[in-house]
Design a protein around this ligand. Structure first.
Ligand code: DP6
Length: 353
């Protein structure tokens, strides 16, 4: 009797937080393998706030690979999902559970099918639905299910093929995605610079400026930038390598003024290369610009940075306060400058903070 006639089910559940880049990834040198044109650095959020929880299961009774996101079935046919599944299956090992009568041989994984259920603990409509947490969680949970021997850094190179920024979510704390040199991408992976306890005074506040889906996806936006911007090569070759070294030092020394200056200027430069793309890409809006002015004015008035800001491919502001006291003052300032409309449910708003 082959494994196909058995009736068991084996499951693994994992949770992965999203990450926010403070030195941005923008531009690929290989679209299929997802290899970037520069290194990037991010911080991984606390999983209680913005994270994805994924349950993966395998059973001989499943007839095809299927996936559900927030309860709704989605297609697994895309090239990126297929790359991740192929890479993980190729590294799968034997799995045994004597009590349940499960005995899966390496080669069985090629014919066994998977069911994958993924949930985001934040509203997808809020425009914060980064693919980073989702793809990292998918790769991590499948690696556990199939008993892979690879470490998190090697797994990050698989998650990278699902979405570039996902590779940085395999670790907590501060993470660097090393761009690598090899054509096959084997050295383009994430390394942890410092764990989550290293600088745990920092508080992240996310201001949801618009809940609308972004107009230009990161994937197509960065493709257009690489093809048309005259500034992007200067950024990748001259600016980012120096900033990476300075950012690593700032993190190691918990040097908030340097950290804030680098994060803010790098976010601004990322949006500058978007503007230098033809046709131009506008991710920030007037409210985003007002938030920047508000933080810049405050930092200047204090004589030293209190808060850093960074914006990804959308108008929502991610602000990093140097400690809890500053975070409370920041919230006061934000509520004063951007008073909520009278029908806003503050209980829900609070979930983002
Ligand atoms: C602005 O990782 O979403 O958030 O690799 O094409 O899936 P793909 O792009 P994605 O791009 C993220 C871009 C960014 C900056 C960053 O996270 O470093």
């Amino acid at each position: 009797m082959g494994i196909e006639s058995e009736k068991w089910i084996l499951m693994v559940t994992a949770r992965t937080p999203t990450n926010i880049a403070v030195i941005k990834y923008w531009g690929k040198r290989d679209e299929t393998l997802i290899l970037p044109i520069n290194d990037s650095i991010s911080l991984t959020l606390d999983p209680t706030h913005l994270s994805t929880t994924t349950t993966v299961s395998v059973s001989p009774t499943f007839h095809q690979d299927r996936m559900w996101l927030n309860g709704k079935e989605i297609s697994l046919q895309g090239g990126r999902f297929q790359s991740c599944l192929r890479e993980i299956r190729a590294r799968a090992q034997d799995v045994q559970d004597k009590k349940k009568g499960i005995d899966i041989k390496k080669e069985d994984w090629q014919k066994l099918h998977l069911h994958i259920a993924s949930y985001n603990n934040f509203p997808t409509a809020a425009g914060l639905a980064s693919s980073a947490a989702g793809l990292a969680c998918l790769v991590f949970s499948l690696a556990k299910l199939m008993n892979l021997k690879e470490d998190n850094s090697q797994l990050s190179a698989i998650a990278r093929q699902g979405s570039g920024s996902a590779c940085r979510s395999l670790y907590g704390g501060f993470v660097k995605w090393v761009m690598g040199k090899e054509d096959n991408g084997s050295d383009s992976l994430a390394v942890q610079l410092a764990d989550e306890k290293h600088w745990d005074e920092l508080v992240i506040i996310i201001a949801v400026v618009s809940a609308r889906q972004k107009e230009t996806s990161s994937t197509s936006g960065m493709r257009d930038t690489v093809e048309t911007s005259a500034l992007i090569q200067h950024r990748a070759k001259e600016v980012v390598p120096k900033r990476i070294v300075q950012m690593e030092d700032a993190i190691q020394n918990r040097d908030f003024p340097s950290f804030a200056r680098l994060a803010c200027t790098d976010s601004n430069q990322f949006h500058a290369v978007c503007l230098d793309t033809y046709p131009p890409i506008f991710y920030m809006n007037d409210t985003s610009h007002r938030i920047i002015s508000c933080v810049e004015k405050w930092n200047r008035a204090e004589g030293a940075p209190q808060v850093a800001y960074t914006f990804d491919a959308g108008p929502n502001a991610v602000m990093i306060a140097r400690n809890r006291k500053t975070a409370a003052l920041l919230l006061q300032r934000l509520l004063y400058n951007f008073p909520p409309e009278s029908d806003t449910d503050l209980g829900r708003v609070n979930n983002f903070i």
